[in-house]
Every structure is written in C-alpha cells, then in structure tokens.
Ligand binder design. Structure first.
Ligand code: ADP
Ligand code: MG
Length: 360
C-alpha cells in the first residue's frame, strides 16, 4: 500500500489572483483510504476536489497521483470517478446509458462494458433498473446510480462532494453505510467532502478539518473528537464546554488557568506555552461528572439551570464558574444524583480532559 497515493504538495489556490481560498495544503492520502474533507461552507473543500479532478489548476504547488504530477493530465485521463450533489445523472439517458458513458469515453469494448455495468449496478443493489430513466427513480436510487457510474470504469480514486446532501435523514444514514461498505469491499481510494460532522465521523478512516482554506487537523475520527488541537476543531466537532481565562502557572502536562471570575482550574496545556497567555479551555460534556464519588482534579460548585430528557441520556445545563451554558450528559441508567432544577451540585473532571487551547 502506498502512503502517498494522492499527494497535495504545498497547494495554494486563488480564483482572482488576490485571495487564497486554499493555503499551503499538504495532504497525503494512502491507497485504499477513505479521507473526508470536513469544514464549513466556503472553507475550500470543493476547490480541493476540483483541483484533484482536474477542473481547476493550483495557483502554486503540485498534486501527485501514484507518484506522478497530474497538473498536465486532462480530467478524463486521471482515472478519477466523481459523485456530486448537483452533478445529476444525464436526464435523457437510461440508467444503462448513464453507466455506459464513462466507459465509452474510455473506449471500452461493449461486451466488457456490459460486464462492468452489471457489476457496478449490483454493488448498489440496482440490477434490473438498466432501462429506467432517471426521473423514474427515487432520489436515493438516483444517487446510487451516480455512485455506480463513478465506480464503473474501475477508477484509482473516487471523489464525492456532498453526495448525500439532498437526501432525507434516514436515507442519508443508510447511504452512508452503503458507501462505506462498497469502499470496504472494493478498497478504492475515496476522497469525500461534507460539512456534516456525524457523516464524517461515521464514514472516514481519517478526516481533514478545513477552515478558511487551511487544514486545521488531520486525524482519525476518535482522535479528532477526543484530542482536538485547537478551539476551531473543538467547537466544530461534537459538543464543547468552554472557559475563558489566563494561564497562571504551567509545568509539563498540567497548567493552571485563572478564569474571569477569579477561580483557578487545572487543565492540559495543548496550544499554550507560557504563563500570562490567554486561553480557552475545552471540556467534552461526557468528561465532567456530577457529584463524583471519587476525588477528581477539578471540583467546583454549580447550579442546575435546565434539565432535558433525551431518551438514553439526560442533558443538564449548569451555571458553573461563570459559564451558564455548561452542559453535562448523564446516562439514564444512572440514579440518585439529586438532579433537580435549582439544586446546587458539584461538578468534577480531570486535568487531562480539560484542554487549554488557543483563545476563541
Ligand atoms: P466549500 O466547498 O468548502 O464550501 P469552495 O471550495 O466551494 O468551499 O469555496 C471556497 C472559496 O472559493 C469561497 O469563498 C468561494 O466563494 C470561492 N470560490 C469557489 N469557486 C469559485 C469560482 N469558480 N470562482 C471564484 N470563486 C470561487
Ligand atoms: Mg463545496
């Protein structure tokens, strides 16, 4: 397996010659990997896919595919399949003709093409639909045909740009698993784009979090959630409690942060280096405990402001150390915690779980 099967090497992109919408992109994607570009709208994800596909050129830097620079190779010779949210099927062609199109462009003989079409349709469970027109299919079926069309010519890499964005929630979730299973069974390299963090966490081997044209963090889903490297990632992925303050002491894996209300808390110094620096401390809701039995590094009094029942867990909003939006999650199998509106309670957490990041 090649670790840098797809390589963005210091890629910049500007559309107007002034503003860089992709800045110094450095990204290695291994053969057979499923890498997702995740980020808010306008962060440069589609631009990156377009450059990889060959519909846009980098302003600076180079993209390599299997070790070869691809800047001078036209899109249809790159061996890249594509699925886009708005890149609809050809409406005037049957399912069969839609799938035959990329094969005809590549001059594949008809009997071989028919075998490939059959195989691609079976991957998305749509055998027997060859003669249908796109408008005779549901949204989910159309998107499955689009997936089949992107795979039918055995591409080296498949690019998917928000392919499930137009589908309703249930269909989107089942398609996520379907695409993931297809990826696992054929082992093609996938570069996927979404702004939906749950989708990214569910499907990907690694996720590149984009903001403002830059990769903020490139990690496995669990690493990204458990160990965000900056405040943007901590906020963008999952739920996040924050405390603003100033570093009052630091040594090794521990620092003290003085909050605006004067209280000092212990935190794990991630993106701060010295006393006096401003920081935002990030703490996942499930890492804080209510009235903990055992001693924890941090233990502070708070007041319950709101209780919301969520089926498998209860969300409790607490006013804690000047933050009245502090959220805690309690599994509904837990009992006797004295959770009542207005109650004063103790909230505890350990140093390693409160991450001192760059100030927001
Ligand atoms: P994303 O896919 O993350 O939403 P895009 O790559 O589409 O982001 O866009 C990144 C930035 O580049 C945005 O500011 C967008 O307005 C701009 N942009 C995208 N495509 C073009 C284009 N063809 N011409 C000019 N500007 C563009
Ligand atoms: Mg986009």
């Amino acid at each position: 397996m090649k670790n840098d099967f797809v390589k963005f090497d210091n890629v910049d992109k500007s559309y107007d010659g002034k503003i860089l919408v992709v800045k110094g992109l450095q990204l290695d994607i291994a053969e057979g990997e499923f890498v997702t570009m995740l980020g808010p709208s306008g962060s440069g994800k589609t631009t990156c896919l377009m450059m990889l596909a060959g519909f846009e050129t980098p302003t600076h830097g180079e993209i390599y595919l299997d070790g070869n620079p691809i800047s001078n190779i036209p899109p249809h010779k790159r061996g890249i399949g594509m699925v886009f949210q708005n890149y609809a099927l050809f409406p005037h062609m049957t399912v069969y003709e839609n799938l035959a199109f990329p094969l005809r462009v590549r001059k594949i003989p008809k009997d071989e093409a028919d075998k490939k079409i059959d195989k691609a349709l079976s991957m998305v469970s749509l055998q027997g639909f060859e003669a249908r027109m796109p408008m005779q299919l549901s949204g989910g079926q159309q998107q499955r045909v689009a997936v089949a069309r992107s795979l039918v010519f055995d591409p080296q890499v498949v690019l998917m740009d928000e392919p499930l964005g137009a589908l309703d929630k249930n269909l989107r979730e089942s398609m996520q698993y379907e695409i993931k299973h297809i990826h696992e069974s054929i082992g093609v390299t996938v570069v996927y784009v979404t702004h939906d963090q749950t989708e990214a966490l569910t499907m990907s081997s690694r996720i590149a979090v984009f903001n403002d044209g830059k990769v903020q963090q490139l990690s496995s889903p669990d690493e990204l959630y458990e160990r965000p490297v900056n405040s943007f990632v901590a906020e963008f992925i999952g739920e996040n409690n924050t405390f603003a303050g100033t570093v009052s002491d630091i040594s090794g894996n521990s620092c003290k942060v003085k909050l605006t209300n004067g209280t000092e808390i212990f935190a794990n110094p991630i993106s701060i280096k010295a006393k006096g620096e401003k920081t935002t401390v990030s703490l996942r809701p499930e890492r804080a405990l209510i009235n903990p039995k055992d001693k924890m590094d941090n233990n502070h009094k708070g007041k319950i402001e709101e209780i919301i029942y969520h089926g498998d867990h209860t969300r409790v909003r607490i006013n804690l150390l000047g933050n009245d939006q502090f959220i805690l999650k309690i599994p509904n199998s837990t009992s006797n915690l004295d959770i009542k509106l207005g109650n004063d309670i103790n909230v505890g957490w350990n140093t390693k779980d409160s991450r001192a990041l760059d100030p927001k």
